[in-house]
Unconditional design. Structure first.
Length: 305
């Protein structure tokens, strides 16, 4: 079995219209992406939760998947009214053959070395260094496979700075990767919080896979309720929050209450141009460090006064 993909050059003015018309013409799926992806001309677009990015790439491509017997010539004729007068559609076709999609997906995720002693290893791979601290983690329903710079920045900080016996709060735990790493690096207790039930499910499954029975989770859609529950316990030595800039700014008064005096705050999910604003939101309570950057993303840390 095979399919055919019709890929059309577009721009911000017509990409969405092309997408809609292709769906009307029977496309099985359609996506819009940057035509310059993975090149020096790639255009980075980001949106915050609740504030989706409304921009479209200046040089975009619209990719539509069709059954192999689709009449591509007829589909193209039905798209001509979208193109500016005097211009022709710039398109190409690509045949998609049946594959072992599971194996293909798995091949995209190799073990990731975070430091000399810390690795992230998918279940279908052998650990490159069995003596290392290996986090067994597969891509899943929640954010945090270890491939993103923000996750790697947080893991690197934990690897270098976490003291044995520390109590940790992972706020926005996603897949649980940071919490699991903290336990394997010597934390005595970790609490993971997330507003997404799928994230909690993924964290619990990943914790069990990594034999982290001590990992505890609070799930709530109310940040204040989670904070109130945690305040009944001892404040944390470290609070790590790998979310995004706007939620981090909003949550500053909440997160500060979870950190003991002289404890550490670890913040990521922050673009370089957002770092100053996030730092300002926390510096009334914390002595903030200058930050560490990786591929345009920033890690901010601070010590509570």
């Amino acid at each position: 079995m095979s399919w055919v993909t019709l890929i059309i050059k577009a721009d911000a003015t017509n990409a969405e219209l092309l997408s809609d018309v292709l769906m009307e013409q029977g496309a099985l799926s359609v996506d819009i992406h940057d035509a310059a992806a993975d090149t020096q001309d790639e255009q980075m677009l980001f949106g915050e939760p609740g504030e989706p990015c409304e921009e479209i790439w200046r040089n975009a491509e619209v990719s539509a998947l069709f059954n192999q017997d689709a009449d591509i010539d007829e589909i193209l004729r039905n798209l001509t009214h979208i193109v500016q007068p005097g211009r022709q559609l710039d398109f190409r076709l690509k045949r998609v053959e049946e594959q072992d999609w599971v194996r293909l997906t798995q091949s995209q995720f190799d073990p990731i070395q975070i430091s000399q002693r810390l690795w992230i290893v998918p279940t279908w791979h052998q650990a490159p260094d069995p003596a290392a601290i290996n986090l067994i983690l597969d891509p899943g329903l929640a954010f945090g496979t270890g491939s993103h710079p923000t996750t790697q920045l947080c893991l690197g900080w934990l690897d270098q700075n976490l003291r044995p016996g520390a109590k940790i709060v992972d706020y926005g735990c996603g897949s649980g990767i940071l919490a699991i790493a903290a336990l394997k690096l010597g934390a005595s207790h970790v609490t993971g919080i997330d507003i997404d039930s799928q994230a909690i499910k993924a964290s619990q499954e990943n914790a069990a896979r990594n034999h982290c029975a001590a990992y505890q989770f609070f799930f709530t859609t109310n940040h204040q309720a989670a904070t109130r529950d945690l305040q009944l316990q001892e404040q944390a030595d470290v609070v790590v929050a790998n979310i995004l800039a706007n939620p981090l700014i909003m949550l500053a008064p909440v997160l500060v209450q979870l950190v003991r005096p002289q404890g550490s705050i670890v913040l990521s999910g922050i673009l370089q141009q957002q770092a100053a604003e996030v730092k300002y939101a926390y510096q009334q309570w914390f002595d903030m460090d200058s930050g560490k950057e990786q591929q345009g993303w920033v890690l901010l840390t601070g010590s509570k006064r």
